[in-house]
Design a protein around this ligand. Structure first.
Ligand SMILES: C[S@@+](CC[C@H](N)C(=O)[O-])C[C@H]1O[C@@H](n2cnc3c(N)ncnc32)[C@H](O)[C@@H]1O
Length: 323
């Protein structure tokens, strides 16, 4: 068989300087030397050529990939908004509104999604502490993989104040007998919230699933005989993609509702990441058909305990502050 290892690798031609006349001539000569070995099928010949081209170019390809990755990481780091540490208010105005994050969905999530949910709870905790209004937060069914994730990566949570982690078997086991003032929040209903009512408890589904499990929370609420409601998003803003938000955004919105003197429009404006709001994409940011957690919120790997604690302390918030 002709030695085809001399075939010119077509990697990243677009980025290279145009070939010189000599290079073109050389490539042509090399190509002419290549002949399909007798008896070999055309497709096998093509496959072999492709493989050889890959073998020749893979180091260069990997190098380029490494550089791209480095550049992307650098860009991300530079775009991170370092929010000046907001002081934790000495006192919070009571609202008589409380929130349950129903975390009985471990079995519906991949490990990565559990990590993402733990990061979202960390953000919610940060909102809980930094808000000027007191919106009590309880994490229920904290008893399986999510708890393990916290135990392993964020053991500081055991010292967190003003948040309750409840190891209840299920949401039902935690709820009182009279649930007439409990509302399960879900994007899957036409019922829309107007105000957050004193004495009421709002339940957020503690799940990260890119909305794979449609109506999961709606159906659960129905089974438990709970009222359901969605946030009045459409009334105030036009969103890119679905109206399904990340748990941390929903909790933060509820706090922001009070901080903005009960102005949902302002609350959405302040909490939702620009990429989720039509016409609000900042330069350099990609407008996406957003699910509840795109990308980096979904995949956000705050990771290290120290970094997570910083998020809880409100020291550094990635620009997307996702979902
Ligand atoms: C990522 S979503 C979960 C989506 C899930 N497939 C479901 O069945 O709800 C996390 C939770 O945030 C709350 N949520 C998200 N978007 C909402 C919206 N537009 N209105 C009300 N609640 C919302 C709901 O409680 C929801 O369960």
């Amino acid at each position: 068989m002709t030695d085809a290892t001399t075939v010119e690798a077509p990697v990243n031609r677009a980025k290279r300087a145009p070939p010189t006349a000599e290079e073109i001539e050389e490539a042509r000569a090399k190509k002419q030397k290549l002949q399909k070995p007798e008896g070999m099928s055309k497709s096998e010949w093509k496959r072999q050529l492709k493989h050889q081209r890959w073998e020749e170019s893979k180091d260069e390809y990997r190098q380029i990939k490494r550089e791209k990755k480095k550049a992307a990481a650098k860009r991300k780091k530079e775009s991170d908004i370092v929010v000046p540490k907001k002081k934790i208010p000495e006192t919070q105005t009571p609202t008589d509104v409380s929130v349950i994050m129903d975390c009985d969905f471990d079995d519906y999530m991949s490990y990565k999604e559990i990590v993402s949910l733990s990061n979202q709870i960390t953000r919610a905790y940060s909102s809980r502490r930094h808000s000027d209004y007191q919106v009590d937060l309880t994490i229920t069914s904290f008893n399986k993989n999510l708890k393990q994730r916290f135990d392993n990566a964020l053991s500081h949570y055991k010292h967190w104040q003003n948040i309750q982690f409840v190891e209840s078997e299920s949401l039902a086991a935690y709820l009182p007998e009279d649930t007439s003032k409990h509302v399960y929040l879900t994007a899957d209903t036409e019922e829309e919230i107007q105000d957050l009512e004193p004495g009421y408890t709002y339940i957020i589904g503690g799940i990260v699933d890119k909305n794979r499990h449609k109506k999961l929370c709606l159906n659960k609420a129905k089974e438990l005989g709970l009222k359901v409601a969605r946030l009045p998003i459409g009334k105030y803003i036009e969103m890119n993609g679905r109206h399904v938000l990340a748990t941390s955004h929903v909790y933060e919105l509820l706090c922001k509702y009070f901080e903005t003197n009960k102005d949902w429009g302002k609350a959405f404006d302040e909490v939702l990441p620009p990429r989720k709001v039509k016409g609000k994409v900042e330069s350099g940011e990609k407008e996406t058909e957003g699910g509840e957690e795109n990308d980096d919120e979904e995949e956000e790997e705050v990771g290290e305990e120290e970094s997570l604690q910083k998020v809880a302390d409100g020291q550094s918030v990635p620009a997307e502050n996702n979902a």
